[in-house]
Design a protein around this ligand. Sequence first.
Ligand SMILES: [Zn+2]
Length: 260
Amino acid sequence: MKCIVRYTQNMRNVNPTRGFYAYLESAGEVFNQKLFGNTLPAPLFTLRRHGHGLGYFSGRRWSAGSGKRVNEITLNPELFAQRPLLTLLLTIVQAQCDMWQHLHGEPSRPGYRNAQWTRKMIDIGIKPVSRDEQSQRQTGQGLDLIPQPGGKFLAACAEIAGDSGRPPFSERWLKSEITPERPLADLPKDISKLLSSPVGPAVIDPQLQEQMDLKEAKRKIKYTCLNCDVNVWGRPNLALICALCGEKLRPKQRARTKDC
Ligand SMILES: [Zn+2]
């Protein structure tokens, strides 16, 4: 049987890179064993700050010196700040399910989740549902992932949270930012709290606030005239009128970070 090297609290004292990746590696190993029957090779975890949602899988992106191909799981550092621990773990498993299908199944085009993927997710205790509330769709794009009470996924998360706690390092974030919560059932209270709480503690830091305000002020958003299908980009809170039809241009809401 494959030996799982457990991440322990003592690793908090080791060097940041080693401690950070040891946590991810350990969580990935638990999921591989409990949800995927040890059929997944270890991925190379990378971090990427912008775009592509919270995380994604890239098949055979890397190569070892021997020429052996290595798969990549990329995570957004936002997962290590105000997001609940459960969202981090869910993102890892979602990418692992993509890897499972890449290696052992028949994936559709990138980003499109087909019936095989959905069956696997349901089997491991995660229900994909369409973000469109009117739709019963469980495949395609724009799916939310709902961990099922009593399912294998939440049981594996409880094991990780119980053994390893939170990741040893978190990105600093300001208390004013929104914290999404996911309700959890059927888990011990302390584990449930750990999983639904942000990975890192919020900070009060005027310097960080200043940096964030500056970033926000420089941010440009898209404004659209719905009549003429005309787009312009500009700072938030601008009042713009379309010269073609006289209608007010509507700002596009800030893109929601996709779960998948
Ligand atoms: Zn117009």
